[in-house]
Design a protein around this ligand. Structure first.
Ligand SMILES: *Cc1c(COP(=O)(O)O)cnc(C)c1O
Length: 483
């Protein structure tokens, strides 16, 4: 399996899965994609139906990472996808399923269900990929006798998923910046209560953007970055995307009896990482009818799928909503889909994303390419705070099921795209406890709390408060890497 950049630089060079595992963007600013998507045969699909999650993950991942010895990869997926790690199931569900499918009912002739992706350690779907990344990074670093210092900024989900994936891992340290006193008590406690010596929480005196700017400043200091082996685990990481392909297959098998059936997925979306994995599953041959992109008030993606216009927002135009993990101004993985939409023409992708940087966007409405969006199964919709609250209430009353704000955005939009006879699977991206304020507003009651999280907020916390100053953060890294 060879990888190439969506912008075409280094065409003809060889990049294996391991080569791009620890990196971010390609050197021309593009994103990596496989030179071609592996196709799954009807026989394979039939065989995969019966596999436990970890072995299904092995089958899928091995198609993309043939440079990792099969027995090593199988050990990694079995170590990652265990019932112990994905134990935060609700009711009497089986944690062995890893991603249980919860049937809601039939609406407009379509069976409607939730695919639970948030039973992992941080109660959000990012654990699905991040837990694997932690094990893959540790494995790859050990193989080459290297170490890595992961630097990131977070306002919630990503940072905690990264910390829980990397805690206690050999050769890895995490320096995670978060805005001091700006996260919810639950999210703060999730991160700061970690006592592992390789995890460093840095509370920056400022807002999230200040933390983000520090990460950029440190990453742009190439000498520092090289000397202190600074890396990231942001959503453009290819291994994160490919790890997410697995649960589309798992969800398909759970919702169908035979491979002649087709299903649709609705994906609460921000950076387009999750739904990009759905696109890849479809390109591999999984019988997906529609991929429904659900956004919140930050509707950059919905606007594109409705009109063909991709217009990124300025920071001041980005709303702070009650589904905050979807509050994005541009969608960092979107370029991967555009590459396929344009028939894999890197010169045109380069031009379009130059237009994004220089003119704030591009318009494909008039070109024949936009009409092809349908061939790829994509449709979309958006939601608001009111529809979110209304959906949480409705699903609770009708199905006795509590859903979080992001999943509510998904369900609201899914209902606009139901087709009789086609199962609709909404990806559940977080548990309600993470966004308790809106649950209380909608239901006038407390969100459910998994047993392992009782008393979380009163655990001792370990963090360092620093001013919003890149030099101070660098000094802290130097002091704590022993280099
Ligand atoms: C990250 C996140 C999303 C958005 O996922 P993308 O891959 O960025 O599109 C949606 N919901 C929750 C709860 C998240 O944490």
């Amino acid at each position: 399996m060879n990888y190439l950049s969506t912008r075409g630089a280094g065409a003809g060079e060889r990049h294996t899965f391991s080569d791009i595992l620890l990196g971010g963007l390609a050197k021309d600013g593009g994103l990596y994609l496989p030179a071609e998507y592996p196709r799954v045969s009807a026989d394979e699909l039939t065989r995969w139906r019966a596999l436990p999650y970890a072995d299904l993950a092995f089958e899928i991942l091995s198609r993309f990472s043939d440079d990792i010895p099969a027995e090593d990869l199988r050990a990694l997926t079995r170590k990652t996808y265990t019932a112990q790690t994905y134990c935060n199931v609700r009711d009497d569900e089986s944690a062995e399923q890893i991603t249980p499918l919860k049937t809601l009912g039939i609406e407009n002739g379509a069976p409607l269900s939730l695919l639970e992706l948030s039973n992992g350690p941080t109660l959000a779907f990012k654990d699905m990929a991040m837990q694997l990344i932690g094990n893959l990074f540790e494995y790859a670093l050990a193989r080459h006798g290297q170490t890595l210092n992961i630097l990131g900024a977070t306002s919630g989900d990503t940072g905690s998923a990264a910390e829980y994936a990397m805690r206690g891992k050999q050769g890895i340290r995490v320096f995670m910046l978060s805005p001091h006193k700006k996260m919810s008590a639950f999210q703060t406690a999730q991160m700061y209560s970690l006592q592992d010596p390789n995890i460093f929480n840095i509370a920056v005196e400022g807002v999230f953007d200040d933390a983000q700017d520090i990460v950029k400043a440190v990453s742009n200091d190439h000498a520092f970055k090289a000397k202190y082996k600074i890396g990231t685990v942001n959503s453009i990481n290819w291994a994160r995307v490919v790890a997410q392909v697995v649960y589309y297959f798992k969800g398909y098998f759970a919702a169908t009896k035979s491979n002649d059936e087709r299903v649709s997925f609705t994906v609460p979306s921000g950076n387009f990482g999750n739904v990009c994995a759905g696109h890849i599953a479809r390109m591999m041959g999984l019988p997906i009818e529609q991929l429904v992109v659900a956004t919140n008030e930050n509707d950059v993606l919905d606007e594109f799928f409705r009109t063909g216009i991709y217009r990124v927002r300025k920071a001041a135009e980005t709303y702070h909503t009650s589904s905050p993990s979807m509050d994005i101004s541009k969608a960092s993985n979107f370029e991967r889909f555009v590459f396929d939409l344009l028939g894999r023409d890197p010169a045109r992708v380069l031009q379009l994303f130059r237009d994004v940087e220089e003119k704030g966007g591009f318009d494909l409405a008039a070109s024949g390419d936009f009409a092809r969006v349908k061939e790829f199964g994509f449709v979309s919709g958006s939601s608001s705070h009111d529809s979110r609250v209304e959906t949480i209430r409705d699903v609770f009353q009708r199905y006795d099921t509590m859903i979080d704000t992001h999943t509510a955005d998904g369900l609201k939009v899914a209902r606009e795209h139901l087709q009789p006879g086609v199962p609709m699977i909404v990806l559940e991206t977080a548990q309600p406890i993470k966004f308790g304020e809106t649950i209380r507003e909608a239901l006038l009651r407390e969100p459910g709390r998994p047993a392992a999280f009782s008393g979380l907020e009163s655990l001792p916390q370990r963090f360092e408060v620093l001013p919003a100053d890149a030099q101070r953060v660098k000094d802290f890294i130097v002091a704590n890497t022993g280099a």
